[in-house]
Design a protein around this ligand. Sequence first.
Ligand code: CA
Length: 239
Amino acid sequence: MQLQGYEALQLRAVLFDMDGVLFDSMPYHARAWSQVMQEAGYDFGPTDVYMNEGRTGSSTITTASLAQRGTVPTQEEIDRLCKAKCDLFATYPETPRMPGALELVQQVKSCGLTPMIVTGSGTPTLLNRIQENFPSLFEPNHIITSFNVKRGKPYPDPYLLALERGGFRPDEAIVVENAPLGVQAGVAAGMFTIAVNTGPLKDEVLSEAGASLVYPSMPTLSKEWTTLHKALLTFGRKA
Ligand code: CA
């Protein structure tokens, strides 16, 4: 484990990413994005979706357009493809909650910590389901989405906004992410970042992005939470 420039954690909040952490939604996102992007003429498969995970839709399309066409996409193309992706996603079966996620958020809350959500998503289908799947666990203004920031992950902006809204310093919060760009965003915001590898990428991709710890699944993290919480409370503190 490593600290990000402060001596000890004074843990008060846990900032959760949404897709691939709270909802098992990434297989559907991968399917919808790759289909819409390929129909628009991009070379963009499911692995590209996982490597871009965390970006806003607009940033995903802009990145692909710059790399493959050498031009910035028009706003019309961005709006059209984002809408097509959301519409397609909405036709899929309801995304299940990630196994272990409810238990973990409940544990976090009963420890007296504040759980927050920081997502690059602008998918209404999922955002509308947060309260029903995690009842009374997240305050509405503790949910940061792609609608709240101009620059999404891997920029630190969404995480910095979460800290500001919650009134927390970087040493008072930790991040739980599943994607390399999300991990980069948490680390860039100065926070101790934990990765949960719920997708097809290798663990190394997440540790190289800056994750201090990598867990294999949310049920594992939930099971080990009490031990981890204890370790984090004393972590970095001089005896
Ligand atoms: Ca994610």
